[in-house]
Design a protein around this ligand. Structure first.
Ligand code: TXA
Ligand code: MG
Length: 324
């Protein structure tokens, strides 16, 4: 159900849940200070309570309301990348809702850059907790149609058009000592973070003590996955062989190729050979191929380079390695 910004603001202030656009993916938003509203997000998404939510704020000046430490490195990152597709996980004030924190001692904050999201934050005067607006472990939505297809028509959605970044934000945790760690790759790359932070990540932070380990996103084997079995191929030749094998077995497949090419035995979707464009179109392409209800989706993996790290991460969580 499409609603206006004004209607969204009224609903959110009344403790309801509303799907909203952001530049990365659509989010399922609620007032980050209202535990009852936050519980609705978990129940609609069927998400376990120990998976914390990202709090979307209007600007960097609001960070101090949420955290006990905002180390220089985190200030540098926020200044460089906000508004934008970076989430910072920082030590939380004790009064921050345990529901939003998923029981962690930290809170995840992001200033989004989508003009509609920023307008809604301003209009409502709220901070909005919002995970991606999909059922737990399923593909994230990048259009209002995807939200309705995944969560049903009854969900109120603000339609802000297709998301420009297309995959979820980069998540970086920064502890009180200013040591940082990449928790989820995104289109702001590890190299971009290193350039601004001036240091490499402290890889040994996680695992020092199990209790202190932040919840890394997508720990479940198949996260961000379509319903149709999805097979991943490191090269085009093995993907073509598999499409021929499936045809002989009377199974129908569709393929997602990076860059141009032909595939006689499959329905075909081709994405441009560039990480930004593939990220923007990736979930739409997978939603589209999934809706065809075929037997298999075959996907050609991009090269293992830094520029493709986020796309590779999402694809590897969406599918299984196909036969070589
Ligand atoms: O681009 C995005 O980040 C989108 C848009 C809507 O902002 N949101 C999003 O939310 O992807 P979600 O809930 O699907 O993924 C957020 C991830 C969760 O998997 C959770 O593990 C991690 O962020 N997270 C949130 N708070 C955290 C915390 N305090 N410590 C560690 N990880 C945290
Ligand atoms: Mg998600």
């Amino acid at each position: 159900m499409r609603i206006s910004l004004d209607q969204a603001s009224v609903l959110l202030k009344a403790g309801e849940v509303v799907a909203i656009p952001t530049e990365t993916v659509y989010g399922l938003a609620a007032d980050a200070h209202n535990d009852h509203a936050l519980q609705k997000i978990f129940s609609i998404k069927q998400r376990p309570a120990d998976h914390p939510l990202i709090v979307h704020i209007n600007d960097i000046s609001q960070v101090e309301n949420w955290v006990t430490a905002f180390p220089t490195v985190a200030i540098k990152l926020a200044t460089a990348f906000w508004p934008g597709a970076l989430t910072l996980v920082l030590p939380a004030k004790s009064q921050v809702s345990r529901v939003v924190r998923g029981g962690e001692a930290t809170v995840a904050l992001r200033v989004p850059s989508h003009p509609v999201t920023l307008a809604l934050l301003k209009l409502s005067g709220l901070s909005l907790a919002a995970p991606s607006a999909n059922l737990f472990t399923q593909l994230s939505p990048t259009t209002a149609d995807h939200v309705e297809a995944g969560l049903g028509d009854a969900i109120p959605v603000v339609d802000g058009g297709p998301c420009q970044v297309g995959i979820e934000s980069t998540i970086v945790s920064v502890n009180a000592a200013g040591e940082w760690q990449l928790l989820r790759p995104g289109m702001i790359s590890e190299g971009d973070i290193i350039n601004v932070a001036g240091t490499s990540q402290q890889l040994n932070l996680v695992g020092v003590s199990h209790e202190a380990t932040p919840k890394a996103p997508g720990q479940h084997a198949l996260h961000y996955s379509p319903r149709t079995p999805l097979l991943l191929f490191k090269n085009r030749a093995s993907l073509i062989l598999e499409s021929q094998r499936l045809k002989q077995a009377n199974l129908c497949c569709a393929a997602l190729l990076i860059g141009p090419g032909d595939l006689p035995d499959c329905q075909l979707l081709q994405l441009a050979d560039n990480p930004q464009q593939v990220a923007e179109q990736l979930y739409s392409a997978l939603h589209h191929l999934d809706a065809l209800k075929l037997d298999r989706i075959l996907v050609e993996l991009p090269p293992h380079t830094n520029a493709w790290a986020a796309v590779l991460d999402r694809l590897s969580r969406a599918g299984y390695q196909g036969p070589i």
